[in-house]
Design a protein around this ligand. Sequence first.
Ligand code: GLP
Length: 263
Amino acid sequence: MRLIIQNNYDDCSRWAAQYVAYKIKAFRPTAKKPFVLGLPTGSTPLGMYKLLIEMYQQKKLSFENVVTFNMDEYIGLDGKHPQSYRHFMYENFFNHVNIPAANIHMLNGMTKDYAKECQLYENAIKSYGKIHLFIGGVGEDGHIAFNEPGSSLSSRTRVKTLTKETIAANSRFFDNDPTKVPQTVLTIGIGTFMDAEEVLLIATGNKKARAIHHAVEGSINHMWPISITQMHQHGIILCDEAATSELRADTVRYFKDIEAQKF
Ligand code: GLP
């Protein structure tokens, strides 16, 4: 697993956007052989999306042959709801780049048949072979997508009930009122995430320091879903200095040394 440490949030966003652009270009995608990208919501990836949009506007990057799968969605919020992840993705990314509508995949939180929706999502991913690069954020409690602590490390796309901690953390998007936060969600599983050819998790700020400690220095444990990254053959955790504040000094130095030797 690579641990990339950048100075601050902006540097992390730049690193992530440049990495995504590099991977898409190196793949040389075509309509028949698209690049398949897994995408997150949350405040963390906003800077990356902004920079990817700029690259598109400057004609440095095209999303014409990119297929996307988002991680998760609240149950009961339709695409018009400002806090639905569908709305978030169109507002902050899809509306501003040249990705064809048919290439965008998102779980439908308004479905009446959750099991079918989740199975169809898994099937849709498989129809492309695999996701080439899955980007994620991380919750303060170490959750990936909406795989809360205690989630099976081999789980697939399914319904999950949110923990009180996640509802409290996400209430900042719902007028700071936890009662407005949906309690159930549809989410890709940890197994779905791990099937990707490469995974990139971004964590910034002091609030993520505990999760980064468990991800990097802890054992693989279902109580810290992010720790599964240790099992991925091509796993990257990208964080800022603030998010390393609970790592040992020699852990930080070790990973910085390794990255400094790469060229
Ligand atoms: C939500 C999302 C996660 C995201 C997490 C962290 O719970 N389901 O995918 O990683 O929030 O969000 P933020 O980036 O705003 O800290």
